[in-house]
Each structure stands twice: as C-alpha cells, then as structure tokens.
Design a protein around this ligand. Sequence first.
Ligand SMILES: *[C@@H]1O[C@H](CO)[C@@H](O)[C@H](O)[C@H]1NC(C)=O
Length: 335
Amino acid sequence: MNWMLLVAVIGCGSSCFAASLLPHDQGKNAPPPIDSILQPRQRRDSYNVIDDCMTVTSKDGHFYYKASPKDEMEPGTTCGLYLITDPERQIEIELLHVDVSCEDGGLISVVDGWELNGEFFPSPEDHQLPLDQRVQSECGSHQVMRRYLSSQNAALVQYRVPRLGQGFSLRVNYVKNPQPCNILVEGTSYVYTLSNHGRRLNCSVTTLFPASISLVSLDVGFTNQRRLSRLLSSRRDHLIAHRSTAGEVVHNCEEKDMSDYLQIGGSSGLDTANMLVSDSICGAAREPKASEETIACGITTVRLVSSGRHRNWAQVSIRPAEDEDLSLANFMCPA
Ligand SMILES: *[C@@H]1O[C@H](CO)[C@@H](O)[C@H](O)[C@H]1NC(C)=O
C-alpha cells in the first residue's frame, strides 16, 4: 500500500511540537524505493544532502538541509527525515547546527519513534516515556551539540524551514540496542524475536504493510506446566490448542484472562493501541504446526503483553503478504 498517503500530522496541543508540523503535500506520487530517495553526494564520512520533503533512510553520517529556491516544496512546508535501522539497533541523532528562525514559525523536532497521520510508533501506551518527552523541538540560530538516542529502531526528524537559505545539519549513527522491545519493520521478510527480558512491559513488532505471520517458537506465560495441563484438560472442549511434541500453543488467551500473551492483529494507523486483535496466543512450543496467518491491514502488529511474572519470548516469521495471501485472508481491517 502507499503508506506515504498516511503521512500527515494532526494537532496534539501546544506542548507537542510535532503536532504543529503539518506536511501538506506529501501524497503526490508512489513512494520511491527506500534509499533511492537520498542522492548522497559522496564525500568523506558519508554526507547526505536532504532534498526531498519526505525522506526515509537507513543511511548514517551527516545530513544537511538548506531551504533553496530549487526545492519542490513551498518554503515553510513541514518535512520529515524518517530514520529506520535493524531491529536490534537504536538511533543516535546529534544536532550540530540549527538555523531556522523562530519568528517565522521555523522549527526542528527530534521524535523518539515515527509519526504517521498523527499516530505514533511506538504507541504512547507501550513507550516508557510520555509523548511530550519524546518530541524535542528547537528553533533559532546556533551551533548546538545536542545528542538524542531513540528507544527503538525508528526515529524521526521533523523540520519546517520557512526562510530560504536557512537549514540545519545533524549526524546519524546506529548503535547496538542491548534490549530491543518495540520494532518497526519497513519491508523485509525476517524472523523477529520479542522478549520482555523478565520485566513488566509490552513490546511489539509493527510492519508498514499487510503481512503473513507464522510462529516459529514461543514461551509466553505458564511457568507452571501443571497449570497449563489443568487448563487444557478442564476446558478442552472450547479450547483450540495445537499439541506438538515440543509443547502446547493455546489460543484466545486474552479472553481466558491470562496475564501474558502474544497478540496478532492489525490497524490502519500506526498506533497499536487501536489494533484489532485476530488472536492472542500463549503457551510454550517450538515450531508449532499452526498455519500462517495473513493480516489484511495497512499496518500489522505482533504484540507481547507481559505482566512481569514470566520471562516471555516469542519468535515470529513475518513476510509481506502477496495478493494470493490477501485474497485468502480471514482477518482484515475495515476500510
Ligand atoms: C500492557 O498491556 C496490557 C493490555 O493491553 C495492559 O493492561 C497493561 O497495563 C500494559 N502494561 C504496561 C506495563 O504498559
């Protein structure tokens, strides 16, 4: 799907600067392939000149923007540098130089996560920081050396430079994340690992495309094997469980009042708090023989809900759904 069409930002109060940054004209064409958007002028220490209003990139090094009459966008349009990297990395952004006049409404904001259509990834519900601390803004003309570190593999720099000749520069670096929780997936098929690292915490993998998902292995809830067996024997009639030599997978765990479970579902926007849940799974199994599930939604999410009482982890295989998968999908988001 053309997810660039999703990009727009709605108001969320005066404290939330990203809110006032409103891209007006971003859905004109199909999105160019990721990374072809930036035309790096190859110099030492990769030096990237930003010349599109919406840039999605995984490049590191220096980024530089200066409002020029050659720009396609109107001066003062709100634009974004969307950064995304490997699941097990986080993004370090160093603002080096800012020259955007405050008087004309110029602004540069560093966002811990992505924002599309007024919705944030990770969902404010699943992020350890409140939203106003995830959006850091400034304007004026000064040399800065401010460093920001995202909590996950996605971050955003939003900017509005109303005066020609003004701009900013920054440096991007990708660093190892020792305990990844929320992961944004932008295009590739992969096996993703979700873990709560023993903590009371919710983590998700979210894709920007309809996806087909299958479980690779899982150990969620039930440190007590007897409790699982009891549950299975007492409620066998209305419990759909897959038995495999390596363990048990229990479905609809959320409805069964389990404290820890893995949700699979989707939404049309980026905020997983609005997701429709197709199934919630718990138990322990290695390579369960459950079939693959296709989520026909613009955004697909696998979310691990953890009470902190268990050391949970799940491995899921996620791939972009093909037309054939979508035609057979039994779970879809309302249009
Ligand atoms: C995790 O998600 C569940 C269900 O959505 C919620 O009840 C719980 O408060 C969340 N936990 C944290 C730490 O946010």
